[in-house]
Design a protein around this ligand. Structure first.
Ligand SMILES: [Zn+2]
Length: 93
């Protein structure tokens, strides 16, 4: 599998799994991290590189359509906030 646009640091930090998880490209995820200043969008917990490699973050689609993989639709949350979001969603059903 060739990812021609991937930056070297993204490869190092995110690995292959981040790419598989949702539809965002590594370029978008990298830009979203910069945009959020490496903080969780909800609780503002700062992600360190160490945290990122341990996958204490999750990439989330702002609009629930997973086919929209633009930077504007990309949110990065810590696992705690992601879990809260998911619980809310399940609770509604
Ligand atoms: Zn958070």
């Amino acid at each position: 599998m060739m990812i021609t646009q991937a930056k070297p640091f993204v490869e190092k930090i995110f690995g292959k799994e981040a790419r598989k998880r949702k539809g965002f490209s590594t370029t978008i995820i990298s830009k979203a991290f910069d945009k959020q200043k490496h903080k969780c969008l909800v609780c503002k917990t700062k992600f360190t590189k160490f945290d990122i490699t341990k996958k204490y973050y999750t990439v989330h689609h702002k609009v629930g359509k997973t086919s929209i993989n633009t930077l504007a639709n990309c949110e990065i949350l810590c696992l705690k906030c992601n879990r809260k979001k998911r619980e809310k969603r399940i609770g509604k059903k």
